[in-house]
Design a binder for this molecule. Structure first.
Ligand SMILES: *[C@@H]1O[C@H](CO)[C@@H](O)[C@H](O)[C@H]1NC(C)=O
Ligand SMILES: *[C@@H]1O[C@H](CO)[C@@H](O)[C@H](O)[C@H]1NC(C)=O
Ligand SMILES: *[C@@H]1O[C@H](CO)[C@@H](O)[C@H](O)[C@H]1NC(C)=O
Ligand SMILES: *[C@@H]1O[C@H](CO)[C@@H](O)[C@H](O)[C@H]1NC(C)=O
Length: 744
């Protein structure tokens, strides 16, 4: 394609979101000042002067910040071309000049006095138009139960990390409900259609319906209220919220009201049967398509306003009914047409996940049909898993449509230490250099957050760098120093070991996550191989404990101590599982009982205790958040059950079993531990009685335990208990010598 066309496509995008006035500049600057006061307190915030001047970005049109001032008696001066750019500049100052760290797991914000001077005026422009954040699934795995206070924190985090494009998908079911009522559906039909809150992401993409619903009335009202606040705040920083649009999926009941419409029933999804999946897709040529699409978008934008970028995913993880390019082009064009009927400036944000998830279906003709059905510059594609399987390289940069290089990193919000930092570090710069690249931004698209924070710190930084970080070893060393607020040799050495092991997943052995047998339903066939040197994890554990006397007062350090202890236990569970399996296969009863006993009666209970000592690892807080959304006890029970399902069985029969597993105190004690105990008991029984172990029988029995947990109502502490350092040390003293001696 021609460079001119590429430039024109990107130019269109720039236009889609520009537009400014002196009022906007003042409003954005005020928003950043308020952020600053929330972050540092009103006193320290007064040492900064913040302003927003669009002119700063005049030449490039790209977000830019400028830092100056500081030193004795002088204010630090932060200018941004937008509120987001100013917030990113502020973060840069706090990070690189003050050694601060803004984190999910506990920020470190001790400011040097006086504030360090910026020796020479520092101006930085982002290399691309967009820094994107979120995955449709993040809304369910991480945000589902959030109140405004938690959202406010997250939007602050987004602004400080320079994110200027993010989904704002709360409250859309309330709008759909209005549309469906207007179209003649009954309330019962609508209730039967929506999924429960913990599964809305997949309802929105047409993968699921009905499962774990219906949505209470109060849910809609609360989400509408939240969405207004989210949008106001995002816009106040100059961020672009992405609203949803109609992708083609409709409730089956629409065929009752309009018996003549043409719909296709999709195949099943995620091991769900057609009571919960196999959604109905309105045919692109059906006259009702533009009507439903524009009714929704009109109602939505009437309620919320618009910034002209809309997300829609028609074929996410679902095979289209036909691979004919003409069909795929029509299905795509119909979605876009419905958008521009309501908003002539609409740009469609498409998750490119489908192309890499089913590459055998999406050949060049099929990909070309979708990408070519929307005018260039009006389709903005998220190359969602670009750190591992970039799609831009095999589609000639999405055939000239702009795309965002996204790091996906996490599936289901799992805790296992994992990262591909080298590949993340190199990826964006390489994509920019690709021939005729149409890269328009960088992004973070994790399915769940609140884990492996180091990976997100690097990716956020890359959004403002033209080149990769030169030396990740140096980078991670200063990351550790900032995180704990002091440079401590042992802690820094621990982080370098983690960098070269768990955080350097690459090549054939790289699995894309670090899920171990610990969080899986046991069987004799579980894989235990990992891509890294486990000794590095144990050494990092030793080094962090050694750093304890200096760092124990840092919340992020205590979080990391829990996390590394958790990871060491995860490794140990694999090792004792292997011991038990070998013993069983060799018919060595005593060894089986020893290994099984340690795993299920010592390690797991000890893990539960360590997790219980930190507020971030509590099932109790998780469930309390869910219950907190309710307006009655019946609703509280309903939300709690939604939450328990998501963490474990996922569907009524374990349809996507343990996909969104978490290592949380309470969940380890009452879900993972009982099933490991049952497994070991059945292995022992099999040896004693001389009858083969029946996996099928075990699966049936263990399902009863799993279901008992999901349907249970036991309350768990939502406040931490016990001392992390003592508990971690106790485990360390017992197991580290065994690991080093090579004798478990
Ligand atoms: C890039 O664009 C130029 C100019 O249109 C064209 O000649 C060239 O073949 C393109 N390169 C690739 C790799 O597509
Ligand atoms: C789907 O599975 C559920 C149980 O998970 C069952 O109650 C329902 O009858 C099944 N529906 C179909 C269509 O098979
Ligand atoms: C990560 O692994 C790659 C490939 O094995 C290697 O070249 C690189 O040096 C490693 N990086 C670190 C920080 O250990
Ligand atoms: C594995 O890690 C340990 C501890 O950091 C180290 O001593 C050892 O040399 C490593 N082994 C290999 C093969 O790299």
């Amino acid at each position: 394609m021609e460079a001119v066309v590429v430039a024109a496509a990107l130019g269109l995008l720039l236009l889609a979101a520009a537009g400014s006035s002196a009022g906007d500049e003042a409003r954005e600057a005020a928003a950043v000042r308020e952020l600053l006061a929330r972050l540092l307190g009103p006193g320290p915030a007064a040492s900064f002067s913040v302003s927003v001047e669009r002119a700063l970005a005049a030449e490039s049109g790209l977000d830019t910040y400028r830092l100056s001032g500081g030193g004795p008696g002088a204010q630090v001066r932060v200018i941004g071309s937008t509120g987001v750019a100013a917030a990113a500049g502020l973060h840069r100052y706090l990070r690189d000049f003050c050694g601060c760290h803004v984190a999910w797991s506990g920020s470190q914000l001790r400011l040097p006095q006086p504030l360090p001077a910026v020796p020479e005026e520092l101006t930085e422009a982002t290399p691309n138009r967009y820094r994107y954040y979120q995955n449709v699934c993040t809304q369910s795995y991480s945000f589902v139960w959030w109140d405004w206070a938690r959202w406010e924190q997250e939007i602050d985090w987004m602004a400080l990390n320079g994110i200027n494009l993010a989904l704002a998908w709360s409250g859309q079911e309330a709008i759909w409900q209005r549309v469906y009522l207007a179209l003649g559906l009954t309330q019962t039909e609508i209730d039967e259609f929506f999924t429960g809150p913990a599964f809305l992401a997949w309802g929105r993409m047409g993968n699921l319906h009905t499962w774990s619903g219906p949505l209470p009335r109060s849910w809609h009202l609360k989400q509408l209220y939240l969405q207004h606040r989210i949008l106001d705040r995002m816009r106040s920083f100059g961020m672009i919220p992405v609203l949803p649009a109609f992708a083609g999926h409709v409730p089956k009941a629409l065929t009752r009201v309009f018996p003549q419409i043409s719909v296709t029933q999709m195949g099943s999804w995620g091991h769900f049967n057609c009571s919960y999946s196999c959604s109905f897709l309105l045919a692109p040529e059906d006259p009702l398509f533009p009507i439903v699409g524009s009714l929704f978008l009109r109602e939505l934008t009437k309620e919320f306003g618009t910034d002209h970028i809309y997300g829609a995913d028609t074929f996410n993880e679902m095979q289209p009914p036909s691979s004919e390019p003409s069909y795929l082009a029509a299905a795509t064009a119909a979605v876009y047409q419905a958008m521009i009927t309501v908003d002539p400036d609409a740009v469609w944000l498409l998750q490119g996940w489908l192309f890499q998830h089913q590459p055998q279906f999406w050949g060049p003709a099929q990909v070309g049909a979708v990408l070519g059905a929307v005018p260039r510059g009006r389709l903005l594609v998220l190359d969602l898993f670009a750190e591992s399987q970039p799609v831009y390289v095999r589609t000639a940069s999405f055939l000239g449509q702009p795309f965002i290089w996204c790091m996906l990193h996490n599936f289901g919000g799992n805790h296992g230490l994992f990262g591909a930092l080298e590949s993340v570090n190199q990826g964006p710069a390489a994509a920019r250099l690709f021939p005729n690249s149409t890269m328009a931004g960088t992004g973070m698209a994790p399915e769940g957050i609140g884990q492996n924070e180091v990976v997100y710190a690097l990716m956020a930084e890359l959004g403002w760098r033209k080149d990769p970080v030169a030396d990740l070893g140096t980078w991670v060393t200063s990351f550790a120093a900032r995180r704990y607020g002091v440079s401590q040799g042992d802690a820094e050495a621990a982080w370098r070991l983690l960098l070269r092991s768990v955080y350097n997943c690459s090549g054939e052995g790289c699995t894309g996550h670090n899920r171990s047998p610990l969080v899986r339903r046991p069987s004799l066939q579980m894989a235990t191989t990992v891509w890294y040197n486990q000794s590095d994890v144990f050494e990092a554990w030793r080094l962090l404990l050694k750093a304890t006397p200096t760092l124990a007062s840092s919340p992020a350090f205590r979080y990391d101590l829990v996390d590394i202890t958790r990871q060491a236990v995860q490794e140990l569970v694999s090792l004792y599982y292997e011991e038990a399996r070998t013993a069983y296969l060799n018919k060595e009863l005593v060894s089986l009982m020893r290994a099984g006993g340690i795993l299920a009666y010592e390690l797991l209970p000890a893990l539960d205790k360590v997790l219980a000592s930190d507020s971030h690892f509590l099932l109790g807080s998780w469930l309390e958040q869910a219950r907190g959304v309710a307006v009655s006890e019946a609703e509280a029970l309903f939300y709690e059950q939604n939450s328990r399902y998501q963490l474990t069985l996922w569907g009524p029969e374990g349809n996507i079993l343990d996909y969104a597993n978490k290592q949380l105190a309470g969940l380890v004690a009452d879900y993972y531990t009982p099933r490991w105990r049952l497994f070991m008991e059945m292995l022992v029984e099999s040896l004693v009685q001389g009858i083969p172990f029946q996996q099928h029988q075990f699966d049936q029995n263990v399902f009863q335990l799993e279901q008992t947990f999901v349907l249970g109502t036991r309350r768990y502490p939502s406040q931490p208990q016990g001392d992390t350092v003592d508990l971690a040390k106790k485990l360390f003293l017992k197991y580290y010598p065994r690991w080093v001696a090579g004798s478990l």
